[in-house]
Design a protein around this ligand. Structure first.
Ligand code: AMP
Ligand code: MG
Length: 264
């Protein structure tokens, strides 16, 4: 089984084990994730001070795969003021009256901030394709359109990190059952999730195509084994820290000569 990877060549999703954990120790890894999350908090301050770049953490995955849980964990130490979250649900009539990227572009985080996309432009080649919401001739063109859109973003200093949270069908069954059995999770149960679960195979195929068609050098996809929440969070936190460190950010130099300023 393949390791969690940044996708650089054609993949088959079935080669990836959703239960992969690299043989790591759960508790020790959790501690490492906490340290990484603290680093993300510090690096975001630099991002904010610099205000020349922003970062999108884009999460896709089947229901219960942990799209909310992962962002909660890795952004634990980031000031709320530095985070902009967007949850993309079924489009409103106003959104449907525009091109599919219109609502997405509006939610791109301002420079200095981290944006969380819980679902994204990819729904338009995932659920839309699986449920036949538009003809194939329409969704087929969208892979190229998404790549062009992400090129525009990255050319304009928006870093795009895309995470596919890969869970197994068995693990999803466990998590859905927990939502039925645990009163503190009842509110999470959505009968619609069962409808989508019935299309498991079709979704896996649609994900595989999205990963293969839209993993570009400027905005690669990452397949994250997500059956173990602690491993999922560790992989994501590591990827975010690496991406932010690569920017070699420093505290901006003052535009004025501060040594000459006196406060009376
Ligand atoms: P959730 O995020 O689980 O609360 O549910 C949001 C729902 O909106 C999911 O079932 C998505 O598949 C659906 N959704 C998101 N974007 C689109 C879209 N572009 N077209 C149709 N359905 C969508
Ligand atoms: Mg749901």
């Amino acid at each position: 089984m393949a390791q969690p990877i940044k996708i650089t060549s054609k993949i088959r999703l079935r080669d990836f084990d959703p239960g992969y954990d690299a043989g790591l120790d759960k508790e020790k890894t959790r501690e490492k994730t906490t340290a990484l999350a603290q680093q993300i908090g510090e690096l975001q301050q630099l991002l904010y001070a610099d205000r020349n770049r922003s970062l999108i953490l884009l999460f896709q995955g089947m229901d219960t795969s942990g799209k909310d849980g992962a962002s909660k964990r890795v952004l634990e130490f980031v000031t709320p003021a530095g985070v902009e979250t967007a949850n993309f649900k079924a489009p409103t009539s106003e959104e449907l009256a525009h091109d599919f990227l219109w609502r997405i572009h509006k939610r791109v985080p301002r420079y200095g901030n981290i944006g969380v996309f819980n679902r994204s432009q990819y729904e338009d080649v995932l659920v839309v394709r699986v449920l036949n919401l538009v003809p194939k001739s329409v969704w087929q063109l969208r892979y190229g359109q998404i790549n062009a859109f992400e090129k525009i973003l990255t050319d304009n200093n928006v870093i795009v990190l895309k995470f596919f949270l890969h869970i197994s069908k068995e693990e999803q069954a466990k998590r859905l059952r927990a939502r039925l059995e645990d009163p503190t999770k009842h509110w999470k149960f959505d009968i619609n999730d069962l409808k989508m679960r019935a299309y498991w195979k079709q979704f896996q195929q649609a994900y595989e195509d999205a990963l293969n068609c839209c993993s570009t050098p400027y905005a690669p996809w990452h397949v994250v084994p997500a059956d173990h929440k602690w491993f999922r969070d560790y992989v994501i936190a590591t990827t975010v820290v690496d991406a932010l460190k690569k920017l070699h950010m420093a505290w901006p130099k003052p535009k004025l000569d501060l040594s000459k300023i006196r406060i009376k």
